[in-house]
Design a protein around this ligand. Structure first.
Ligand code: ACM
Length: 534
């Protein structure tokens, strides 16, 4: 790399002045070590004898004929152009010609890397990402962005250089499912706020967003023919800390789905029942067993009007309308019916409800997602079951994998992002503690394969990382609960168990801070992590 030293020297000598020793330019910072990445890659072979530095002549090339990869290339160029000030043209690859810069290639990759795996190789000629699909290329690009100085994320031109350490990473996920659950029902978050959340979690290779659209305190999705769901049910929310009301039009929801898809994140809409239903009951009198609309509920915990009326046909007409419309707006294979915390109805009524709703979900072409309580009643074939309280005595839960279901692990006491780190941390009134306090090390030190007695191996689809928002009032509060713990659980979902090492993790996690500072993510500076000084 050419430095400015000779120029400075020449100018100084031409002026006839002595060169003061102190004027020697500072050498550029060394590149970020290859492998200083979260989640930890499968394998890292650093080669400090080589490396690549982005320059004004770098290009971003992609495989002609793979339009999804061209979109990833354009997205990457959009990330890097404002900060580097380089043109970074996006061009089709030329056979047998090595263009200087970043190449994104699909095909010829090792089949064992699967659809999300990739190889990232860095030599003096450039950065070469190869994968079996555009999704894998995108994952490799996210790794590359962690290897560039954090100021790549600035919106204005920054001083370089932009070095990438030499060597090779080969990487692919441990689990196919790595989700975030975002509760927009208790406190509503706008489309732009959800998009920002998608950007933040995508950096850690999250690939599902379970959007908790309905609960007792709010209904957040427009349904044609049922306008009061949003005009009444959408006007509410938890009052603690200030109501955040609102709802998504169907176009808004489609925008979220599109934005997520561009980041290879699949949206799973969640329509709660038979409990968690006060907002619907407040919107329509006929959904109540007594035919009287429930009052809106803005408290925390179960409302006095928590359950849909299970004996009325209108309940199932309503659910058919809702699920039909939401399924039609959702390209992904899954739809969540909630199903949790329904102890207030009989087991028989609960089972009848779940059977009818599962049939509706299937009728509209979706696979069922339900919280673990639903395992008592669903047909598990093809379903995802969300574990939130491990239960060694739950025989239906343990039997689900043999019947074709898989569990998604989000044990509350290590994975619920709404739990505080410690008393009044990140702040008084932010977050909860019913499942205890969860410091970063607690979030990191568990194994999805051993969390539920009797369910392991292929019975585990992966991990979910829920943020319920009873006590979360702003995007900044989302940040402070989710960062830095979400990356810990994202790593449990992605990285091979052989990489699991707290000291390695906390060092790599600390290295995320400059990026969060650069992008305005209000992360909690946990005392367990050796953060760089600001
Ligand atoms: C839940 O926390 N009720 C899934």
């Amino acid at each position: 790399m050419r430095r400015t030293a000779p120029v400075v020297l020449a100018v100084t000598l031409a002026a006839g002045l002595a060169v003061p020793a102190a004027a020697a330019p500072t050498p550029p910072a060394p590149p970020i070590p290859l492998g200083q990445v979260v989640p930890a890659p499968v394998s890292v072979h650093a080669n400090t004898a080589v490396g690549y530095t982005l320059s004004p002549t770098s290009v971003i090339s992609y495989d002609l004929g793979n339009s999804a990869t061209r979109q990833v290339a354009q997205w990457l160029a959009g990330q890097l152009r404002p900060s580097t000030g380089y043109p970074l043209p996006v061009v089709p690859a030329v056979p047998f010609v090595s263009l200087p810069g970043i190449s994104l290639a699909v095909g010829g990759a090792d089949p064992s890397w699967g659809s999300e795996g990739y190889r990232l190789a860095v030599d003096n000629g450039g950065v070469h990402i190869k994968a079996n699909s555009a999704n894998g290329v995108y994952d490799g690009v996210q790794t590359l962005l962690q290897l560039l100085p954090a100021k790549f994320a600035a919106k204005t031109a920054q001083r370089g250089p932009w070095p990438v350490a030499g060597g090779e990473i080969v990487d692919y996920p441990r689990y196919a499912y790595r989700g975030a659950v975002l509760d927009v029902a208790r406190h509503f978050f706008t489309v732009a706020e959800v998009e920002r959340y998608l950007d933040e979690v995508s950096r850690y290779k999250i690939n599902y967003l379970q959007l908790h659209l309905t609960d007792s305190q709010g209904w957040r999705i427009q349904i044609d023919g049922w306008p009061r769901l949003t005009s009444v049910g959408g006007s509410s929310g938890v009052s603690a800390g200030g109501v955040r009301a609102g709802y998504y039009t169907q176009a808004d929801y489609e925008q979220i789905v599109r934005y997520a898809a561009a980041r290879f994140i699949t949206v799973i809409p969640e329509i709660e029942g038979p409990a968690h239903s006060n907002a619907a009951l407040a919107s329509y009198a006929e959904l109540n067993c007594d035919g009287v609309a429930a009052p809106l509920f803005q408290g925390v915990g179960p409302s006095p009007h928590e359950y849909l009326c299970l004996g009325k046909d209108i309940t199932y007409t309503f659910l058919d309308d809702v699920i039909r419309q939401v399924a039609a707006l959702t390209p992904g294979p899954y739809l969540s019916i909630g199903g949790d915390e329904a102890a207030g109805v009989s087991a028989a009524d609960y089972a009848t409800y779940i059977h009818r709703v599962q049939a509706i979900v299937a009728k509209y072409g979706k696979k069922l997602v339900g919280w673990q309580e639903s395992a008592a009643a669903i047909d598990p074939a093809g379903a995802l079951i969300g574990l939130w309280i491990p239960d060694p005595d739950d025989t239906r839960l343990k039997a689900a994998p043999a019947a074709g279901g898989k569990l998604v692990m989000s044990p509350a006491f290590t994975a619920y992002m709404d739990m505080q780190y410690a008393a009044d941390k990140p702040a008084a009134g932010v977050g909860n503690n019913w499942a205890g306090y969860i410091e970063v090390q607690d979030a990191y030190n568990w194994d999805p394969n051993t969390v539920q007695d009797g369910v392991s191996g292929s019975g585990v689809a992966g991990v979910n990382i829920p943020l319920f928002t009873e006590y979360v009032h702003s995007p900044a509060e989302i940040d402070s609960l989710v960062f830095p713990r979400l990356p810990a659980i994202a790593e449990l979902g992605w990285s091979p168990p052989s990489t699991h090492d707290w000291n390695s993790f906390r060092t790599r996690l600390a290295a995320q801070a400059p990026y969060w500072d650069q992008t305005g993510v209000h992360f909690y500076r946990s005392p367990q992590i050796p953060w760089p000084t600001r």
